[in-house]
Design a protein around this ligand. Structure first.
Ligand SMILES: Cc1cc2nc3c(=O)[nH]c(=O)nc-3n(C[C@H](O)[C@H](O)[C@H](O)COP(=O)(O)OP(=O)(O)OC[C@H]3O[C@@H](n4cnc5c(N)ncnc54)[C@H](O)[C@@H]3O)c2cc1C
Length: 403
């Protein structure tokens, strides 16, 4: 909190003048602070000519710098999709393994659900040294309120130094609540995670300022360090059935299972083609198609290849196709084996959602288009002329007739 030494304060008002948050007022020649408005930015401390202002840290705050060494180990909050673990869980375990080895600590996976005991061994095969299983009939449906209480409760007791989770609909719903309960920071949507060379801080990299630069964020005064990563950004380890790990059960108390919101039903979204995030081939349409009618060229090529159709924001904004198809910073992240970009410029906000693809083929009439910087194969030319040739040839090769 911001403290004012009233003996030193002479009521000059400089602090009141520089405070952008209206947190300081001077009356009767003394400064007063409204702690609710103060953001602890420190501007007033630097400005005060008398040195009367000081930011005092709360010694009792959980995760205080003094206690950092008490927090050890890397955790992955797992995610179940129906009866099996979501691929992002295995991707996070692969990264957790790497981080834990760099820190010489263990990897713990936390699995929450109902009737999940038989499934958790796979988490060990994918890199976990230990699995905490919270298996209870009341946990058959995902409820952010209950999940966040359980994760925060166990983490407060066990003190992991790092907690990773998926930047998925589920992770986004409850991981920020866990961070709030543990009074620590959370970096969402990371694209890279490393351990600082000196020290044990997690370097959390993510796009910032509309994707125009990459920011590396460090949470060096609090523990745990929490980060979410989108699916398909990290690489999973191949399952190793020789790996051994400890499975421990946690019985949730009645209080932890209490909730104010009841989930009545969960419905699987209907899709009109292969899933964008799971498909091995993605054909993406950009504004270079010139008009909505030409989108059928991309759809035909996708059909020949049994691929999913992706889109840039330029064409989802234009209403050519639904936003469910949008790839990039404000869309989904994909990393298929083959990515075909048709009339896509390669703006950074698009690249962050697809540059992990194994092979990238780009078709663009501008030979200097940024998409060619990440492309494996570049086709310079008019997409309206190239796509019909590709469709004809590929359909013939694959024996696809009705496109
Ligand atoms: C905060 C923020 C978030 C964003 N999030 C996303 C996101 O998630 N996903 C995303 O995609 N964008 C996103 N954007 C928008 C992004 O900056 C670009 O504007 C967008 O990706 C451009 O789409 P495009 O490549 O289809 O269009 P353009 O940039 O207009 O590129 C069209 C390309 O087609 C080529 N071309 C034109 N005619 C032809 C032809 N006949 N044949 C072949 N090539 C041709 C041109 O040379 C050009 O390179 C975001 C922007 C902001 C500010």
């Amino acid at each position: 909190m911001l403290k004012i030494d009233l003996k030193r304060c002479n009521g000059c008002g400089e602090c009141e003048e520089v405070c952008s948050f209206g947190a300081i007022t001077v009356s009767d020649e003394k400064a007063k602070v409204d702690q609710d408005l103060c953001t602890l930015c420190g501007t007033c401390v630097d400005t005060c000519p008398e040195g009367a202002l000081e930011i005092e840290s709360d010694d009792k705050a959980p995760g205080d710098k003094k206690d950092l060494s008490a927090w050890q180990g890397v955790w992955v909050v797992t995610e179940l999709r129906g009866s099996s673990f979501a691929p992002v869980t295995f991707e996070l375990l692969g990264k957790a393994r790497q981080l834990a080895d760099a820190l010489s600590v263990s990897v713990t996976a936390i699995a929450i659900g109902s009737n999940i005991r038989e499934k958790v061994q796979e988490l060990v095969y994918r890199g976990a040294d230990r699995v905490i299983v919270v298996d209870h009939p009341d946990l058959s449906k995902f409820m952010d309120e209950v999940y966040s209480k359980i994760v925060a409760h166990i983490a407060a007791k066990e003190k992991p130094e790092i907690i990773l989770a998926g930047a998925t609909a589920m992770g986004r719903a409850f991981i920020p609540q866990v961070a709030t309960m543990l009074e620590t920071g959370l970096t969402a949507d990371c694209t890279a995670l490393e351990i600082e060379e000196e020290g044990r801080n997690l370097l959390q990299t993510r796009p910032a300022f509309g994707g125009n630069l990459m920011a590396t964020i460090v949470c060096d005064e609090h523990r745990p360090q929490m980060a979410t990563v989108r699916p398909h950004v990290l690489k999973a380890l191949a399952p190793d059935t020789n790996r051994k790990g400890e499975i421990v059960e946690f019985e949730p108390t009645k209080e932890l299972l209490e909730h104010k919101i009841n989930v009545l039903d969960s419905v699987v979204e209907e899709s009109d083609g292969p899933s964008l995030t799971d498909s091995e081939i993605v054909v993406t349409a950009g504004r270079g198609l010139e008009k909505k009618e030409n989108l059928s060229l991309v759809e035909k090529l996708a059909k020949c290849l049994d691929a999913a159709v992706g889109a840039t924001r330029a064409i989802t904004d234009a209403g050519w196709i639904s936003t469910n198809h949008q790839i990039g910073q404000t869309g989904v992240t994909v990393s298929p084996k083959l990515y075909i970009a048709c009339g896509v410029s390669g703006a950074i906000q698009h690249l962050v959602g697809m540059q992990g693809s194994d092979i990238i083929v780009a078709i663009n009439k501008d030979k200097d288009a940024p998409i060619f910087d990440v492309a494996t194969y570049a086709i310079v030319g008019d997409v309206k002329e190239i796509l019909p040739v590709l469709i004809k040839k590929i359909c013939k090769e694959r024996g696809v007739k009705d496109v």
